[in-house]
Design a protein around this ligand. Sequence first.
Ligand code: NDP
Ligand code: 2IT
Length: 452
Amino acid sequence: MSLNIKQTIQELKKSNCSTDTNFFQAVTEVLESIKPIIDNNKIYEAHNIVKRIVTPDRVIKFKVAWVDDNNKVQINRGYRVQFDNTLGPYKGGLRFHPTVNEDILSFLAFEQIFKNALTGLPLGGAKGGSDFDPKDKSDMEIMRFCKSFMVELHRYIGARVDVPAGDIGVGSKEIGYLYGAYKNMTSLYEGVLTGKQILFGGSHIRPEATGYGAVYFAEKLLELNKMPQLKNKICLVSGSGNVATYTIQKLYHLKAIPVSCSDSRGVLYDKDGIDLKLLKSIKQDRKNSLKLYTKTKKAATYIDIKDFEENQNNLWDIACFAAFPCATQNELNEKDAKNLFSNGCKVVIEGANMPCTPQAVDVFLNNDILFGPAKAANAGGVAVSALEMSQNAAMQSWSINKVDKKLQNIMCNISQDIHQTAKLHQLGKNYVKAANITGFKKVADAMVALGV
Ligand code: NDP
Ligand code: 2IT
């Protein structure tokens, strides 16, 4: 029987919340990609693989009570979506942002299964977080929140069970507080979290890994498609957090010219190339606006989000060779994609998770723009997380050079694997389908082999 995508989504909507739009968007994209594989492999139907893979193992939802600086008790929601552990312990980041809900975390956890499979390392898929907003909180409030969050979370995680890491709003500071709380409650000094500081078991290159990895991936994909490399090319980057910062840094290493960045309040354009030192010093404090940059760099332009033209992000109007959306989901829509195309953009690489809407992706694919989907392009972060787990398990610390080389290898392998799949299944340059098929097959074959 052939896979009926509409019916599968409808059944899923009955058991999930029907407003889970991000989750259904992600599931639909994967199912559309793998339909030919499912239809041609009776074994997957016999093992009900589709239904098993779109249903999370468990969704843990809990209350986080913490005390603010005014001695008031505050309440937030905490979550951990443990989607699938077929290939290894549950693995994926924690996001602290006011928009966090079960839908967003389910979509991220679902995507993480296939991303982690693409790395070739033994990792399952998960995601978690809270609607807590660290941006307007003091350090002490963040610490107290993290401690309370871990009081609940520690029951469900472990170095061989589920290993969270960072994501939006969770950097090495938050990971430190979370790790401290876990250690205090369990007496275990184990690799239960990744993205730790080097001082207490972190890995070199983990902060840089997602951004560096996206650029390594881009260079390899360009090479495989016999396109020019990034050297001397104008590049657009969105976001100004972890992923964006290290994407910009690696672009400079390769002598490319990253001219933009953004945050939730506006967009910054510096035609001379973003001054990374200045950007980092401004964004050391999450509360700072990018507008501060123009005080030092008079030639740079800042556009406030309030002044964006309707249904358009003004960042994507700038002429470029390559675009790296590195902020958040659905930040680049169809109109933005058309603007990129008409301004000569040749390659789009997703540093963030699902930053391009499905309609934007169609514009890229229909206009021969080389498109690197998130689950392949931004897998460098979780890949170095897995290397951190290896170092922790072996009680070792590897050199910068060793980790960076391994990261480069992993990103090159991912590019080659999806390029190979695209050839094998005659998908042209549709790396969305190729990445989904490559990741899916690894998990599905292991599911069949392991039995129910
Ligand atoms: P950070 O918190 O370090 O930075 C997030 C950046 O995105 C900030 O500049 C933030 O601006 C901006 N942003 C967040 N929400 C919005 C929004 N609604 N509209 C516009 N801008 C927004 O997070 P990361 O850099 O770690 O994560 C960025 C993306 O990369 C996410 O999609 C994440 O899932 C993905 N990712 C992260 C990995 C990692 O290792 N950290 C690994 C793989 C993927 P502001 O400060 O104003 O909120
Ligand atoms: O989306 C992602 O891959 C991450 N936030 C990193 C996850 C991890 O476990 O390092």
